[in-house]
Design a protein around this ligand. Structure first.
Ligand SMILES: CC(C)(COP(=O)(O)OP(=O)(O)OC[C@H]1O[C@@H](n2cnc3c(N)ncnc32)[C@H](O)[C@@H]1OP(=O)(O)O)[C@@H](O)C(=O)NCCC(=O)NCCS
Length: 154
């Protein structure tokens, strides 16, 4: 595998980045969907990271800086490049951003039923809160569990 680099998104990378996000979203939609009457989900990003394997864009994440944390959303890795540390590299870069901004934690929100909670636990995040998701439901309209997670900055 070529060297994995994570940096800020650049102009011209939008189509590839969006395609990776779309693949991730399609998968997540098998487990949960926005509630029809739901409110706005996510927040306006401060920046967008991309992970490159050589010159191939393989993953991405948006981040939003608040006083308490760097909040990650829209995390997605191309299916052909999963399980190779791409998400770990994105999280690592977010940690560097948090350190430079002097904020004490990384934060994100996952839906329990996707299985992603255990992936982010492996990446050092801890569960802070579990609740019935206000803005999302299962494909048959049932409740899903929102899990707020945090990782303290070392
Ligand atoms: C979730 C996602 C971003 C993980 O990306 P990734 O690059 O494959 O993750 P990494 O390779 O960095 O793996 C991180 C850790 O999780 C583990 N892991 C990754 N995928 C896993 C899986 N499907 N099952 C179990 N463990 C898994 C890895 O083994 C690694 O732990 P380790 O270092 O202790 O071995 C990716 O699967 C994805 O894009 N999914 C679709 C979109 C999505 O769910 N986004 C997140 C929304 S909250």
């Amino acid at each position: 595998m070529a060297e994995l680099i994570v940096r800020e998104f650049q102009e011209g990378e939008d189509a590839t980045r969006r395609a990776i996000v779309e693949l991730g979203t399609q998968e997540l939609r098998k487990t949960y969907q926005p509630r029809e009457s739901g409110g706005q989900c996510g927040c306006k990003p401060t920046g967008i990271l991309v992970a490159l394997n050589g010159d191939v864009l393989v993953g991405t994440a948006e981040y939003a800086k608040t006083a308490q944390s760097i909040y990650l959303q829209g995390v997605a890795v191309h299916p052909a490049h999963r399980g190779q540390g791409v998400c770990r590299a994105l999280v690592s870069k977010a940690e560097e951003i948090a350190q430079n901004a002097n904020v004490p934690s990384l934060a994100l929100c996952a839906i329990e039923e996707t299985g992603n909670v255990r992936i982010f636990e492996k990446l050092g995040f801890q569960v802070k809160r579990r609740s019935v998701a206000a803005n999302h439901v299962s494909p048959d309209g049932g409740p899903v569990t929102q899990v707020d997670m945090e990782r303290e900055i070392a």
